[in-house]
Design a protein around this ligand. Sequence first.
Ligand SMILES: Nc1nc2c(ncn2[C@@H]2O[C@H](COP(=O)(O)OP(=O)(O)OP(=O)(O)O)[C@@H](O)[C@H]2O)c(=O)[nH]1
Ligand SMILES: [Mg+2]
Length: 291
Amino acid sequence: MKSAMKINEKGFENNSINWYPGHMAKAKRAVKESLPLIDAVIELADSRLPVSSGNPDFESLFENKPKILVFNKFSLCDPARTRLLAKAEAGKPVLFIDCKQDPDMKAVTSALKEVCAEKLERNAQKGINKPLRCLVAGITNVGKSTFINTFTGTKKARAEDRPGVTRANAWISSPYGVELLDTPGLLWPKFQDKSVGVKLAAVGSVRDDILDTVELACDLLGILKERGYTKLLEARYKTEFSEEDTNYDMLLKIGRARGFLVSRGEINEERASAVLLDEFRGGVIGRMTLD
Ligand SMILES: Nc1nc2c(ncn2[C@@H]2O[C@H](COP(=O)(O)OP(=O)(O)OP(=O)(O)O)[C@@H](O)[C@H]2O)c(=O)[nH]1
Ligand SMILES: [Mg+2]
């Protein structure tokens, strides 16, 4: 039975995922060096992970900067659960957006102007009309570059559905009095517990080629069951699960329902895992929040 992550020198340690390649440490240094130029920070988090997608390093990294916290990919999450878990902090407005459906960029601009009110006031008194310079930060694949393209109405930032696409800081201007700095996705060197690594991998923020996808799919099924999303899975895969089913049994049922068979009636577990992960990430099973 599959139950835990493969231990592998590239991504796993102590039976859990840890992915912190050298370029991320370098990227973090570059972000730090850019801070004197920055008026405010837009921190992007994944709405499916309102707790686990917050980089714990950001608190000290962006300590004295005005900040807004934007939960992206909202159309993919369980809205009630995400709103419940998304913690508001004093002086740090929280927004929920989706860059693919209904991106409310006016709300983002207002929140930025609100947290930068003092700076804007000072500039106005001095007769300075400079754009606000905002750094967009967040974990890999959370949609930073897509957000910047949506906000600026351009396609200047490269965005792709895999983690680690943006490799260097890049300024992108907009007609709305705001300039945005795209930054590489940043994770942190040690995840708090195994489930954080699993959740980040499940939403596509960890490179798939360092993962054992069957074990990841089993762990994802365990989380979805615990969160009460079994009915959504049953409806999508036209199968039924029982209380006694292990995560691996559930995966096999999905594979069987899809007809992913190899010789002698055995299920192709790799194919079942790939489809489950793909469909979860694409939001086609239903709106779900992993935290
Ligand atoms: N459904 C949905 N998909 C989104 C949203 N925002 C971004 N995406 C998708 O998420 C994937 C990653 O987007 P990117 O903009 O490249 O993410 P990033 O944070 O810049 O990633 P790195 O540069 O690798 O750290 C792409 O396939 C986007 O189309 C959203 O709000 N909703
Ligand atoms: Mg990017």
